[in-house]
Write a protein that binds this ligand. Structure first.
Ligand code: GLY
Length: 464
């Protein structure tokens, strides 16, 4: 198990304690999650906030911070000899806890009485929104709450305090994230080299997983890879790649410290982009590069999303696919037909960082309301960017026949969308290009080494 220096966790907990400043903070770790019976479980993934404050990547742990006495306790059961017979000798929880600055480790059975004593004395017990059912049930039992009482009892104070800490990535986190992006880069380059007409998509996916595993990483989310790039989150990989199609690959590594990369590239099956593909590809590339160029602290990400839509519609007008005042039409939401998702989101230990704490709280903050327009409504990060945020920039341009047909039938922007000409693109698929970027006071830094991105770079990577 790999840790940051103990002082990192000690400092994080001290800040959390002073920000919350009342009662107990309960941070729940995750348990193993069965696939089809308890002993056959999904890959274990620790809760990211638990990892952030307590660092122990192990199932069956919970922790309490007493903001008044200052006590910090990890609860968990040490392996018995019988456990060791099955899983081998393990470092004790106490030994691991010492590496994150915790000297007080108690058996799991001891937590209930501490929580109920706090409750009976009328002390606050702060907890985060549970997203796993076993943790919900556990909370109901410990805090004597009904199922419907969990959500209203979540501590907004704790949620905001955690968001306030985890949003700003430290230098040591940036090192980890850069590592995750560099492994993601290798996954993408190996995927580009594997793409070939006649092969199945899953053959490319297997190369992505192999590259991750060969570098002691997992995937941060199931690979999205398809010749049907117009399907935004396509997790089926059964198609045969054919000569005239594009392959959209959205995949990223999660490294040993559980930091994520989230990268998308789109490549032609044949190894060479056709002229028609180049036209659309270069629009997306320009959207991505101009959005990144504008990144710095103080910019509203919502504005960047709308600017990217304006640029896209301006270029589609040059191709004769749309007409009219494209800036106004972008404000009215016409871009949603071609990019029905947001420009990006925060990334960190979670690929959609802190989304379990509430997407709107994390990405909008106070005073910003979510749009109902297709595309803009899916923007996960709308608020002002601040130094220390790491975000994705991931514009795309898709031709989704079902959506186009629906808009046509509904006479959406009927005067300004050339529905007849769009028929020529029904078998085009979609293009997305994505990088992970650190926001700095005066600008930004794209994480990791350069990943082939221009048409020439992608074609060269495929040829090698
Ligand atoms: N890369 C997958 C996502 O952002 O949802």
């Amino acid at each position: 198990m790999k840790f940051f220096p103990a002082q990192t966790y000690i400092d994080r907990r001290a800040k959390l304690k002073s920000d919350v400043n009342s009662g107990l903070i309960l941070l729940m770790g995750n348990n193993e999650a069965p696939i089809n019976y308890p002993d056959n479980h999904f890959r274990f993934r620790q809760d990211s906030s638990f990892l952030y404050f307590f660092g122990l990547n192990q199932f069956g742990l919970n922790a309490i911070i007493d903001t008044e006495s200052g006590e910090e306790i990890i609860f968990g059961n040490e392996f018995s000899v019988e456990d060791i017979v099955w899983v081998g000798q393990q470092e004790t929880i106490a030994a691991k806890a010492a590496q994150v600055g915790i000297s007080d480790v108690r058996p799991s059975s001891k937590i209930a009485s501490i929580l109920s004593a706090a409750k009976s004395k009328g002390r606050d017990v702060h907890f985060l929104p549970p997203y796993r059912f076993d943790n919900k049930l556990q909370l109901m039992e410990w805090l004597n709450l009904g199922a419907n009482e969990i959500t209203p009892s979540v501590s907004t104070k704790l949620v905001n305090a955690v968001i306030n800490l985890r949003s700003y990535k430290s230098a040591e986190e940036i090192t980890e994230m850069t590592h995750a992006v560099n492994i993601s880069r290798e996954m993408h380059i190996n995927a580009m080299r594997t793409i070939a007409a006649g092969k199945k998509e899953y053959e490319v996916v297997s190369e992505i997983y192999r590259t991750a595993k060969a570098n002691n990483c997992y995937l941060a989310y199931p690979a999205i890879l398809s010749i049907n790039g117009q399907t935004l989150h396509n997790h089926g990989h059964y198609n045969t790649m054919t000569g005239n199609r594009l392959v959209l690959n959205d995949s990223g590594a999660e490294n040993e410290m559980c930091y994520s990369g989230d990268i998308t590239r789109t490549a032609p099956v044949s190894g060479k982009f056709s002229d028609k593909q180049k036209e659309i590809y270069n629009i997306v590339l320009e959207m991505e590069e101009s959005s990144i160029a504008a990144l710095k602290a103080g910019i509203m990400n919502r504005d960047l999303h709308i600017d990217a839509n304006k640029l896209m519609l301006r270029r589609l007008k040059e191709l004769g696919l749309v007409s009219g005042n494209t800036d106004e039409l972008a404000e009215q939401g016409m871009g949603g037909l071609f990019m029905p998702h947001g420009l990006g989101h925060q990334i960190g230990m979670d690929v959609h960082d802190m989304e379990d704490l509430g997407e709107t709280l994390v990405g909008y903050g106070e005073g910003l309301t979510r749009s109902t327009q297709l595309g803009l409504k899916s923007l996960r990060l709308a608020k002002k960017l601040e130094a220390g945020f790491v975000i994705t920039v991931e514009p795309g341009l898709y031709f989704i026949p079902e959506l186009i047909e629906q808009w046509k039938a509904d006479k959406m922007f009927a005067e300004h969308i050339n529905y007849d000409k769009l028929k020529d693109y029904y078998d085009f698929g979609g293009i997305r290009i994505e990088d992970d970027i650190l926001i700095t006071e005066n600008g930004h830094q794209i994480l990791g080494d350069k990943i082939p991105k221009t048409i020439e770079e992608v074609e060269n990577a495929m040829a090698n």
